[in-house]
Design a protein around this ligand. Structure first.
Ligand SMILES: *Cc1c(COP(=O)(O)O)cnc(C)c1O
Length: 409
């Protein structure tokens, strides 16, 4: 019996951790297949593994909920991409979040959440964990003082950070919030979905664990749903908590819960996600270039009342973003002055497809108030009704600008 599914015999190879980002994304965990020399990890579409005598596991593989070679390759690549201690791949971003929350929280605990958190994250914390006795406080994370005030020493076990946030693209100072969380014995988790590990490395800024919806930029092609957790090297559970395996290591608790609850990424989904990860850097360069140009275009447009993009000097979080990100991302939000005009733009664009989600190669447009954030109307997370959100893709910029021009006409 393997008790730690991550204690696998990794094929001998380079120490990719000292390599650059793209080299890590392309090679970490992905040495050519030992049996055949296959250059990319095969899709091990298999549930169980022959044992050489009872307990004689080959490479640590026993049953694919506990560990699967294709998933292990993805987990190692994600770990290396974030510069962490261990990676875990899940069936969705919310499955990853659910596993983290179970591993870290107990009834009576308290969580600080962003006041414009991803709607599904807020729903999970408020409406799934709430009835199990977990309390939460929504806070504007752009204000570290407000976060400090919301922390209840001894009760707060997690400070949940998104930066940039969705859809208002608020910026939180990761290093400042990590220090606040640590002084209260709580963990700092950063949902790095919008920024991606290419543009932002939260673990290096003091976060304990990073969460991803790999459905978005890491997958990058709108063809797979997945999630991930990457823990900081040596990360511990909140002060005072011992995990189910008898240790205080965060990696042990998450590994136990991943295997016990079983919301793992399947082999094919893992393979698609790995395929996306390899080109993350080149895609992000184009996303950032296009988004920067789109934000500048919209800022000069008479029918647009406000443009929200962390790369603009007018953004209140611009300086913090410039310090902790190597690029400002591919998401741009803007306001049109009325619900009617916002809905009209969403109805008219052609290159920007009207759809939820984000982070794929194709440009998307959506109305958060009626679409992704419809479920938070009337709560602290409600968004303005004239807000439009763009996921700027990697098409030709001239076509994107022409499409917005006719959409706003
Ligand atoms: C999409 C998303 C999630 C949830 O991920 P799923 O893969 O849809 O379960 C969490 N956080 C952010 C920021 C997201 O955009």
């Amino acid at each position: 019996m393997t008790t730690d599914p991550h204690a696998l015999d990794q094929p001998a190879g380079h120490d990719w951790d000292t390599a650059g980002f793209s080299t890590r994304a392309i090679h970490a965990g992905q040495d050519p297949d030992a049996a055949t020399g296959a250059v990319v990890p095969p899709i091990y579409q298999v549930s169980t593994y022959k044992q050489d005598g009872v307990g004689g596991l080959r490479g640590g593989y026993e049953y694919s909920r506990s560990a699967n070679p294709t998933r292990a390759a993805l987990e190692e690549a994600l770990r290396a991409a974030e510069g962490g201690g261990a990676g875990f791949a899940f069936a969705s971003g919310l499955a990853a979040e659910d596993t983290l929350l179970r591993a870290v929280l107990r009834p009576g605990d308290h969580v600080v959440v962003p006041d414009d958190a991803y709607g599904g994250t807020y729903r999970l914390i408020a409406r799934v964990f709430g009835p199990w006795g977990v309390d939460h406080t929504p806070v504007d994370l752009a204000d570290p003082r407000a976060v400090l005030d919301a922390i209840q020493p001894g009760r707060t076990k997690l400070v949940w950070v998104e930066t940039p946030t969705n859809p208002l693209l608020g910026i939180a100072d990761i290093a400042a919030l990590a220090a606040h969380a640590r002084s209260a014995g709580a963990l700092l988790v950063v949902d790095n979905t919008f920024a991606t590990p290419y543009l932002q490395q939260p673990l290096a800024l003091g976060a304990d664990v990073v969460v991803h919806s790999t459905t978005k930029y890491i997958g990058g092609h709108s063809d797979v749903v997945g999630g991930a957790l990457v823990t900081a090297d040596g990360a511990q559970l909140p002060v005072g908590l011992t995990g189910p395996t008898g240790t205080t290591a965060l990696v042990d608790a998450i590994g136990f819960h991943q295997n016990s609850s079983g919301a793992v990424a399947g082999p094919f989904d893992s393979w698609l996600t790995l395929r996306g990860l390899k080109t993350l850097a080149v895609r992000m360069d184009r996303h950032v270039a296009n988004a920067t140009a789109v934000a500048g275009y919209l800022e000069a447009h008479p029918r647009v009342t406000q443009v929200i993009y962390p790369g603009l000097a007018s953004h209140p979080g611009h300086e913090v973003a410039a310090r902790q990100m190597s690029g400002f991302g591919g998401m741009v939000s803007f306001r049109t002055g009325s619900l009617e005009s916002a809905l009209a733009v969403c109805a008219k664009t052609r290159v920007f497809t009207l759809a939820e989600s984000l982070g794929g190669v194709e440009s998307l447009i959506e109305h958060p108030g009626k679409m992704t954030h419809g479920s938070v109307a009337g709560t602290a997370l409600e968004v303005p009704e004239d807000l439009v959100r763009l996921s700027v893709g990697i098409e030709d910029l001239a076509d994107l600008l022409a499409d917005l021009e006719q959409g706003l006409a």
